[in-house]
Write a protein that binds this ligand. Structure first.
Ligand code: CUA
Length: 337
């Protein structure tokens, strides 16, 4: 038999590592939090969270205190004694029912107020179409004639009106620090607006189970200054760069001769596929494979060699490319700035 103190020690150690695990999970590098908002909408949502948390924390402390008081104050000191038999207490029952109703009404009113304040995008919002795919994100700027993938570039301080839909199954678009979460449903267009008040990169994640690589369906929002955004738009609107060096030219031939053209578009070339990400300015993106890997030649070669090994279930199959073909493709794709 274990002694009580040994068991207590074990329980404390278990509780300690459990809490440390939660704490570490919350602080993991670059983990985005709705409690670190950088947008007017995100701030309104965080304020609502803290308001509801304060009410529920107060209720928890009050109820636990009363419970402990009752347990200690009215515990049976004489096991044989029969306590006085009573039935109900109208004053108490009316007061705790009323207090609960008032608390819930307050939460309802504040939630309603916050929803009304943040639901409509400002009139001057920049329209963006967000199309979710298994397992990557397509971003179209219809008024600017730009299509890109997995990295949404936005001007800082300007509201974005995102029309969210899906090409296959239900996904959910979520960038915690910019506020709100919106389902991406095939055949339906949902509207969400977002804004970043501080320049920087904000991580997002698909928030609806959508298949084997749901957890690998990441995105980034890069909020840049207005002038940098204009430069980015100019560069994105330009047709794809012509391959300059011999290796990149060879890569171009591989791309146009293999299955790549069936799924990907590169503007200004015969490649006009619509199934996979548009690669016209692939070299300007910082990540590949829906944010799974940094966009480096080594990672790109790894991806081209065996996509499902990087992203399980990837709809891009293993194409059986030779190492030479992969090196040529890497040179060509990386040159598409
Ligand atoms: Cu897309 Cu989960």
């Amino acid at each position: 038999m274990e002694t009580h103190s040994r068991m207590r020690g074990r329980a404390w150690r278990w509780a300690g590592s459990f809490l440390a695990g939660i704490w570490l999970a919350g602080c993991a590098a670059q983990s985005p939090s709705i409690l670190a908002p950088v947008s007017p909408k995100g701030r309104a949502e965080a304020e609502l969270f803290w308001f509801i948390f304060a009410i529920t924390a107060a209720v928890f402390v009050l109820v636990e205190a009363l419970l402990l008081y009752a347990v200690l104050r009215f515990r049976a000191r004489d096991p044989q004694a029969v306590p006085p038999q009573i039935h109900g207490n109208n004053a108490l029952e009316i007061s705790w029912t009323t207090a609960t109703a008032v608390g819930l009404a307050l939460i309802f009113a504040m939630t309603w107020r916050t929803m009304a304040a943040i639901s409509q995008p400002p009139a001057d919002a920049l329209p963006v179409r967000v199309i979710a795919h298994q397992w990557w994100w397509e971003f179209q700027y219809p008024t600017l004639g730009v299509t890109t993938a997995n990295e949404l570039v936005i001007p800082v301080g300007r509201p974005i009106r995102a029309t969210v839909t899906s090409a296959d199954v239900i996904h959910s678009f979520w960038v915690p620090q910019l506020g709100g979460k919106m389902d991406a449903i095939p055949g339906r267009e949902n509207t969400l607006w977002l804004q970043a008040d501080v320049e920087g990169t904000y991580h997002g994640q698909c928030a609806e189970l959508c298949g084997i690589s749901h957890a690998n369906m990441r995105l980034r929002v890069r909020a840049v200054s207005e002038s940098e955004f204009q430069r980015w738009v100019e560069a994105q609107r330009a047709p794809a760069a012509q391959p300059a060096d011999p290796l990149a030219q060879q890569g171009y031939q591989v791309f146009m001769g293999k299955a790549c053209v069936g799924c990907h578009a590169i503007e200004g070339t015969p490649a006009q596929g619509k199934v996979g990400p548009n690669l016209t300015h692939f070299g300007s993106r910082t990540t590949i494979a829906a944010g799974l890997l940094e966009n480096t030649p080594e990672n790109l070669a790894r991806w081209l060699d065996n996509p499902p090994a990087v992203k399980p279930g990837s709809l891009m199959p293993r194409l059986g490319l030779t190492p030479e073909e992969i090196q040529a493709l890497v040179a060509y794709l990386s040159s598409l700035k």
